[in-house]
Write a protein that binds this ligand. Structure first.
Ligand SMILES: Nc1nc2c(ncn2[C@@H]2O[C@H](COP(=O)(O)OP(=O)(O)OP(=O)(O)O)[C@@H](O)[C@H]2O)c(=O)[nH]1
Ligand SMILES: [Mg+2]
Length: 313
């Protein structure tokens, strides 16, 4: 049996190796994705995003446990995209430690994205990893990203359902982060409800929610505002119910397909961009590119003029 077949048979080591190949965009990885692609399209992809330290990993862990606790439960995968923000250093180790809770359940697979510098970028790599897990029969895929930058928000947006996580006791610097990601929330969770200040956070969020304009074309789903505590398990069941309700809502309003379409289009455009840029760089050549950079540095021409000249060739 080759790697793909072993992964399909559920062999964990094979799944891990396959994901590494796919993540790194190797030839083997590309071939595997090509082979597996027709099996994708069954997973409910759930993005978990929010400021650093709000408890996304802890929640993912708890959600997986609840999701697995029912008979005939879906297999659950958790994909943690490394926080690229400088102020969350040791999260990866923390994630691994906490994920031990789930070890031993063959229906749960946890993956931390490693290669931020992956060819084609983290968005492509994450999308590819999610596709493989989908093809391998993971019915629910939780994708954790730190909502600090545009790329992380973009990754979250690739999900069917986006959960934005907030928590009391975060500094003011986090307010700006929040404003940007609230708009993409399908479900809002205030985690750490066991800590003082939850009521304030809930009140502030519900005010902010009211100010968000209704997204164009996307109907009447009103993001529920839920409180939870990942340390004592409070409110986790309610989040699971909200995820299912949102999935049903998307299906009933043909929005499931709309989101998939958006995802596929985004991926194709990104790949085209990547491919064209690589080809273009190759054609132009490093010397010519450097020459133009220097001309701009000497203020002889503007960057726009440099592009014009480079494109003329
Ligand atoms: N009191 C309390 N602490 C929590 C809760 N959930 C998580 N924490 C703690 O908050 C810290 C951060 O939790 P994580 O789950 O790593 O948060 P995260 O959002 O994944 O963090 P990054 O990935 O670094 O952005 C840890 O020390 C957790 O133990 C909660 O419900 N209540
Ligand atoms: Mg985390």
């Amino acid at each position: 049996m080759d790697l793909v077949e072993r992964a399909l048979a559920g062999e964990r080591l094979a799944i891990a190796r396959l994901l590494t190949q796919v993540e790194n965009n190797t030839l083997l990885g590309q071939e595997a994705l090509q082979r597996l692609y027709s099996r994708t399209g069954n997973a409910h992809i759930v993005g978990l995003t929010g400021a650093p330290g709000t408890g996304k990993s802890s929640l993912a862990n708890q959600l997986a446990k609840v999701l697995r606790s029912t008979p005939n439960a879906h297999k659950v995968a958790i994909v943690a995209v490394d926080p690229s923000s400088p102020f969350t250093g040791g999260a990866l180790l923390g994630d691994r430690v906490r994920m031990r809770d789930l070890a031993g359940d063959p229906g749960v697979f946890v993956r931390s994205m490693a290669s931020r510098g992956a060819l084609g970028g983290i968005a492509r790599a994450t999308s590819a990893v999610v596709q493989v897990l989908d093809a391998l029969g993971f019915g629910i895929i939780l994708v954790e990203t730190v909502g600090t930058g545009q790329s992380e928000v973009e990754i979250a947006r690739l999900a069917h359902t986006v959960i934005v996580v907030d928590a009391p006791g975060l500094g003011d610097d986090v307010q700006a982060i929040k404003a940007g990601i609230l708009e993409i929330a399908d479900i809002l969770v205030v985690n750490k409800a066991d800590l003082p200040g939850v009521e304030n956070t809930l009140r502030a969020l519900s005010l902010m929610l009211e100010m968000i304009p209704q997204a164009q074309g996307e109907t009447n789903w009103k993001p529920p505002l839920l409180r939870a505590s990942a340390v004592n398990g409070e409110g986790i069941e309610e989040i699971v119910q909200a995820i299912f309700r949102h999935g049903e809502y998307l299906r009933n309003h043909s929005l499931w397909t709309t989101r998939e379409k958006y995802r596929v289009l985004t991926e194709i455009l990104e790949r085209v961009q990547e491919t064209l840029l690589e080809q273009w760089k190759h054609t132009v050549g490093e010397a010519r590119l450097n020459e133009m950079v220097n001309n701009v540095l000497k203020r002889e021409i503007s960057p726009a003029e440099a592009v014009k000249r480079l494109m003329e060739r």
